[in-house]
Design a protein around this ligand. Structure first.
Ligand SMILES: [Zn+2]
Length: 109
């Protein structure tokens, strides 16, 4: 049973981002391969666009991986939920203002 990574499903802005994607895929049972991450910052002579870290998966995993990455990219992290400074309601991070009283997120700091 060979794993051939033939489908590129993600190009990261940073190696850390690519690693994060790879780790989440791994947690869901999708084996992924990172490419270019070792080249990142290794030498100033590599054009930036050619050294961006890439995440590759096998053909059979590509659909699941793409769906998962889409989810990762769009789903708000629950740790980013914030507490309203006015009414102390816990507000999901997708909202910029308190859904209850309308106070802006910045007020909670
Ligand atoms: Zn509020």
């Amino acid at each position: 049973m060979s794993s051939r990574f033939t489908r590129r499903v993600y190009i990261g802005d940073t190696p850390a981002e690519a690693w994060h994607i790879r780790n989440v895929l791994d947690q869901h049972g999708i084996t992924a391969q990172l490419r270019n991450e070792t080249l990142f910052g290794a030498t100033g002579e590599i054009p930036v666009l050619e050294s961006l870290p890439e995440v590759w998966v096998s053909e059979g995993n590509s659909a699941a991986a793409e769906a998962l990455i889409k989810e990762i990219r769009s789903a708000p992290a629950h740790s980013d939920d914030w507490e309203c400074g006015d009414c102390h309601e816990l507000v999901e991070s997708v909202f910029a203002v308190c859904w209850r009283c309308g106070a802006p997120a910045g007020d909670s700091v």
